[in-house]
Design a protein around this ligand. Sequence first.
Ligand SMILES: [Fe+2]
Length: 285
Amino acid sequence: MSSNSPKFNLRRITRRSAIGLAGIGVPSAIWAAKIEPDLLSVTRKDLTLPRWPKSLDGFRIAQITDVHYRPGLDDELIVKLREAVKAESPDLIMVTGDFVINDPSSLSEFAKAFNGISATHGVFASPGNHDRWHCNVSNIKKEIEGIGMSYLHNAGTNINIKGENIFINGLDSVWGGHPAPNLAWNGHRKDTPVVSLVHEPDFFDNLRSAKPLDLQLSGHTHGGQCRVPLIGYAPAKVKFGRNYIYGHFEKDRSQLFVGRGIGTVGLRVRFACRPELVILTLRSA
Ligand SMILES: [Fe+2]
C-alpha cells in the first residue's frame, strides 16, 4: 500500500487526532482529579425578595451544600471553606444536606470538621438523600445539634431579628426520606417571609404551589460536577435535580437558589464546576 493511499492517510489522521485528544484529555483529567476539587470559589449574589423587611435589607446568608465529607481527602478544602465563611461574616449559615457520601461513620468526622462554624443568627441544617440513605435520623440530629447547628427535619422556626420575624424551615430529603410541608410550615405566621432548606431542587415546583415560599435553598446536583465543554452540565442528571441544576430561578412569587456544593460523589473529580460557597444578600423590594 502506498503512503498516499486513502487508507494510510486515514490512519495517519486518526493517529494525529488521538495524540491531539490525549494532549487535551490528559491535562484535563489531571486538572479534574487533582486541582479543581480543591479550588473553592465564592459566589456572591443579591436577591430581591418582595416580602423581605426593609430593616433587614442587606441580610447575608451563607449556603453550604453537598459537603459529602471524605476524611483525609477533603481536609484542606474544609479549612479553606471555614476561612472563607469567617471572612464573609454572614448573618446566617444554611447547610442543605448531603453531609456524607455512604459511610455513616463519616458523619461524626463531618461534625468534627464543622465544629465551631458560626454566624450572627445561627447555623441551620437539613438532610440530603445520602444522609438519609446511610445514617439514621436520630444520629444525624445528635451529631448536627452537637456542634450547635439547628437541625430542621420537617420543622420550622421563627427567628426575630431587629424586631422582624423570619420563618426558617427545612424538609426531609425528597429522594431519601419523607418531606412533610405541613409539618415544616407548622408555626408559620401569615405574612412572615419563609426561607426553606430543601436538598432536592425540583421540589420547588411542589412547594411554591402549595405553601408561602419566598426563597428555597437547594443543592443535590453539584451543578453537574463535571461540565462538558460545548455540551454543558453533567450528561447524567440526577433524580429530583433535572429541572433546576444550578443558579437562581424565580417563578411567580417564589425564588430558588441551587448551589454547586462543596464535595463530590463517585470519583473525586470536578471539571468547569468548582466547589462553591454561596453568599446571598437579601434585598427588600
Ligand atoms: Fe450531593
